[in-house]
Design a protein around this ligand. Structure first.
Ligand code: UT7
Length: 325
């Protein structure tokens, strides 16, 4: 049987130049390198320069992805940008990226699912492609979380960083078998009963301000591993695959302890886990494409590899995508 698959044909990423280390943070709030490394695995994170916006980060990542894919910007018909830190309340940051790339056709819009944003955006792109609405989609995760952090709150400001990652996804023909390249299955979930556990205390309708990130870290942690493993088991069950079939596990990079516990619970071997949280911190919607691009460029992820992506974040939202590279 011939089916339409959404195949990733290139990726790219961008990190702002400024690097903030745990030592730097320990001079700003009552924290230490030891505490941050032990509890999270984070050693440093990148911070956008003054005036450098989410769209600037996204544009750099998008250009790198287009170059990697060998695709001209004019051949993109849809841009889906995942962010919780847009340049402005509106228009969508995606249209600024669209204009920056000189694209005047097709559609560009933002997707908002916080840390699960990239998984939501990639799943949306896959649905558009499989329905025939889009042929070639630029999927971007880009964030400037440094702008919504309370830099006096040591329980949150040490955790996050800025960055962007992007992939180019193209319609291709498959057999419907799991040997196909492209997205094989994806699962999205959300549960708004948890919306007060990780949120921003401002917004246009509520306060007419931007607000700051607030999190009940322990509560989020408590739910994370169960939610993550649930949607991954859905992916395994639907495709008849197991942890042993995976070549790479590329999870959302929030906390090394969450990543390790999820991999352990699922029986995924540690050497298959791609981890960048030590260098990037939690970059929300950008974390998966940043980790993916890192592993593609250092030669780990190769054509034909079975790659599992997973994320969980504010809302709560969570989801998984299983794809063949
Ligand atoms: O991407 C979206 C999803 N987000 C996440 O996945 C984050 C999930 N949560 C976490 O990763 C962890 O809960 C944290 C890393 C946020 C916190 O780790 P924890 O092991 O849950 O620590 P805790 O919140 O239980 O805090 C332990 C202690 C507290 O002191 P007391 O009450 O035991 O005296 C905190 O006040 O550590 C203290 N603490 C700190 N100490 C030094 C909290 N933040 C810091 C800090 N430096 N930065």
């Amino acid at each position: 049987m011939s089916v339409i698959r959404s195949t990733v044909i290139g990726c790219g990423s961008y990190l702002p130049a400024k690097c903030l280390t745990n030592a730097d943070l320990s001079r700003m709030v009552d924290t230490s390198d030891d505490w941050i490394v032990q509890r999270t695995g984070i050693r440093q994170r990148h911070i956008a320069a003054e005036g450098e916006m989410t769209s600037d980060l996204a544009l750099n990542a998008a250009r790198a992805a287009l170059e990697n894919a060998g695709v001209d910007a004019q051949d993109i018909d849809t841009i889906i940008l995942a962010t919780a830190t847009p340049d402005y309340t509106f228009p969508a940051t995606a249209v600024t990226v669209q204009a920056g790339l000189g694209i005047h056709h097709g559609a560009a819009f933002d997707v908002h699912a916080v840390c699960s944003g990239f998984v939501y955006a990639l799943t949306t792109a896959d649905a558009y492609i499989r329905s025939g609405m889009s042929k070639r989609v630029l999927v971007i995760g880009a964030e400037t979380f440094s702008r919504i952090l309370d830099w006096n709150d040591r329980t949150t400001c040490v955790l996050f960083g800025d960055g962007a990652g992007a992939v180019v996804v193209e319609a291709s023909e498959g057999t419907g078998d799991i040997a196909d390249r492209g997205v094989l299955t994806s699962h999205l979930r959300s549960d708004g009963r948890h919306k007060d556990k990780l949120y921003v205390d401002g917004g246009p309708s509520a306060t007419q301000t931007t607000g700051h990130l607030r999190m009940e870290g322990r509560e989020v942690f408590k739910h994370a591993v169960g939610m993550i493993t649930d949607v991954i088991e859905d992916a395994f069950n639907e495709t008849g695959t197991t942890a042993d079939d995976l070549t790479w596990f590329i999870p959302h990079q929030a906390n090394k302890r969450i990543i390790d516990a999820s991999a352990r619970k699922l029986g995924i071997a540690p050497e298959k886990v791609v981890t960048t949280v030590d260098r990037h911190g939690n970059t929300s919607a950008a974390s998966i494409p940043l980790a993916l691009d890192t592993a593609v460029r250092d030669g780990r992820v190769k054509r034909g590899d079975l790659v599992l992506l997973e994320a969980m974040g504010g809302g709560f939202t969570w989801g998984s995508v299983l794809l063949r590279w």
